[in-house]
Design a protein around this ligand. Structure first.
Ligand SMILES: [Zn+2]
Length: 332
């Protein structure tokens, strides 16, 4: 291929890339490169998508509102909320010149999937879930006193299995007893089971000096080129993985589960995060990892050990899945 042809192709690819990078009216949105990443002016994006923009706190907190949604963003911060649910941005919001700029990666991968969710093709339906109780066997996961994450992850998964079956879902598990399952085998089991969705279940822990930390986090796979929002979740570099095919579904599923957990349990909202956890990288269906609370928190840790609290967690996850399914199946 001649270099001229290559240049034209590259140019076309760039143009196509830009045209699909923003929804709404992409032509009206000015792009700028900041620290090697493409950014758009927030006010342009807001206008294109019929959001009103106002400062809640001048040069600090900005709010976008329309009849369907409210988004709150902080300058220089990765913290954001969509309809009151915490969502961690891939890149912080940047003030520049007269405006505030937001990464195209966040517009496309963080906000679009939640504000303008993906849909299944007509007639398609979601019926089956593969649950993945974290750790097991020689890998206890987090340990606080005699409490082991692997035990509560399995108990929560079993409770969730019962409730999901009750709600009409077909459910399989990557382990049903206290045995060790290699990380790469877990999404492989889900693929073998032909599961429509994959949910890995875990409990968090933090050193005793920070035992006041509590709450739920839901993770989905970081998009290619974006950093993980979890220091431990960066495995494999920032390249693309099989699971990135489902970026939109992953994000929307994570959001619905975080919303259900924080509204229905309720549990403190630590937000939707991205990471390149092994079990998410290779999933060939929409996949999330739930950290359903901190074993290290004196009160939350005790709750996690109680079956009635795990029932509440399971019931919220069932509701989150129902909400996801309903939108994906076009509200049917
Ligand atoms: Zn874990």
């Amino acid at each position: 291929m001649s270099s001229a042809t290559t240049s034209i192709l590259l140019l076309l690819l760039m143009l196509v890339g830009q045209a699909t990078s923003c929804f709404g009216a992409p032509d009206s949105i000015e792009h700028m490169r900041i620290a090697g990443k493409e950014y758009a002016r927030l006010s342009d994006w807001a206008k294109s998508n019929e959001f009103g923009l106002r400062w809640l706190k001048r040069d600090e907190t900005v709010e976008l509102v329309n009849s369907a949604a409210k988004v709150v963003l902080q300058i220089h911060s990765p913290e954001a909320q969509v309809n009151g649910i915490a969502v961690r941005l891939l890149f912080p919001l940047v003030p520049h010149g007269e405006g505030v700029w937001i990464s195209l990666a966040d517009l496309k991968s963080t906000f679009e999937p939640v504000l303008f969710p993906p849909r299944l093709k007509r007639g398609e339906a979601l019926r089956s879930v593969c649950l993945d109780p974290g750790h097991g066997g020689k890998d206890p996961g987090n340990q606080v006193g005699s409490s082991q994450e692997k035990k509560f992850a399995l108990l929560l998964s079993q409770e969730l299995q019962t409730e999901l079956k009750h709600a009409g879902w077909k459910v399989t598990l990557t382990r049903t007893r206290d045995n060790f399952v290699e990380l790469p085998s877990r999404p492989e089991i889900a693929r073998h089971d032909k599961a429509d969705l994959f949910i890995s279940l875990h409990f968090n822990s933090i050193g005793s000096s920070a035992s006041s930390v509590k709450g739920a986090e839901v993770y989905c796979l970081a998009p290619a080129g974006a950093p993980s929002t979890n220091a431990g979740g960066e495995g494999g570099g920032a390249r693309s993985f099989a699971g990135n095919r489902y970026n939109d579904e992953n994000m929307f599923l994570a959001y619905q589960l975080q919303k259900a957990l924080t509204r229905k349990v309720p549990i403190e909202d630590r937000g939707v995060h991205r990471a390149r956890f092994w079990v998410l990288r290779d999933a060939v269906m929409p996949a999330v990892l739930i950290e359903a609370g901190f074993l290290s928190h004196p009160v939350e840790g005790r709750k996690i050990a109680s079956s009635s609290y795990r029932r509440q967690l399971a019931s919220a996850i069932v509701d989150g899945l129902a909400a996801y399914k309903s939108v994906m199946e076009r509200g049917l």
